[in-house]
Design a protein around this ligand. Structure first.
Ligand SMILES: Nc1ncnc2c1ncn2[C@@H]1O[C@H](COP(=O)(O)OP(=O)(O)OP(=O)(O)O)[C@@H](O)[C@H]1O
Ligand SMILES: [Mg+2]
Length: 215
């Protein structure tokens, strides 16, 4: 193993040797973030502060996960199969596969990308109580936008129930106020969101957003 603290600057060293509890590092592109994380993993193992199966490294992109794994492999003299280096999504998928039954999903649940979600909605469009978002001339016009919107909602941990509550609150006693139209439109979206989630469940499916938020 090659823990090499001497090559690091003062801030990097502090981060690598940080004690217990969370530590947030904010640094720009190419400033040595991955170096810190990989060195910290080696540090934790070498100083016996953690065993390999107690370490989890997650990144946002596949590319970053691969790069980190490669760099850790080079630093550690022999292979550590227990080390978890993966993207948030594949980590969540792995946890969900192991515990799917606990949350009422079959272990062989499907993961839908945006195209598959689009098809699912398209095939079940009549189950959606859409008005504004299903224009007569072009009924599929808003499907993609709705999917993107649901995805943003999931990222913000906003679920259909909360969305509906919000739309209800907007409603005022004076029905001719523009706020009321807005409330109706939001309710339509909230209901569509609810129906979409039920459809996913009926089809033993999750989308990418669910992968993160369900765990
Ligand atoms: N303290 C240091 N002194 C000299 N070189 C360093 C130092 N820290 C990192 N480097 C080098 O700088 C380059 C970028 O480092 P690194 O990949 O860790 O940065 P990063 O912040 O993860 O980059 P990115 O934003 O591209 O993910 C690498 O070649 C690395 O070896
Ligand atoms: Mg990096």
């Amino acid at each position: 193993m090659t823990l090499d603290l001497e090559k690091l600057n003062k801030e990097q060293k502090e981060a690598v040797m940080h004690g217990d509890g969370p530590l947030l590092i904010v640094a720009g592109a190419g400033t040595g973030k991955t170096t810190v994380i990989t060195q910290r993993i080696v540090y934790l193992i070498e100083k016996e502060k953690a065993t390999t199966e107690e370490i989890l490294a997650v990144t946002f992109t596949e590319k970053a996960a691969e790069e980190m794994e490669e760099r850790i492999d080079k630093l550690l003299s022999y292979g550590y199969v227990d080390l978890w280096v993966s993207t948030f999504h594949s980590f969540c998928e792995r946890v969900l596969r192991d515990h799917a039954l606990d949350i009422g999903l079959p272990a062989d649940f499907k993961i839908l990308d945006q195209t598959a979600s689009w098809l699912l909605i398209r095939q079940n469009l009549d189950k959606f109580n859409l008005n504004y978002y299903k224009p007569l001339g072009n009924p599929t016009k808003f499907i993609q936008a709705l999917i993107s919107h649901f995805s943003h909602c999931k990222d913000q941990e906003v679920y259909p129930e909360r969305y509906l509550e919000y739309a209800d609150k907007l409603k005022t006693n004076l029905s001719d106020l523009p706020e009321n139209q807005e409330s109706e439109r939001l309710k339509e979206v909230a209901n569509a969101y609810h129906i979409y989630q039920n459809l996913l469940l009926e089809n033993s499916s999750l989308d990418f957003g669910d992968l993160i938020t369900i765990v």
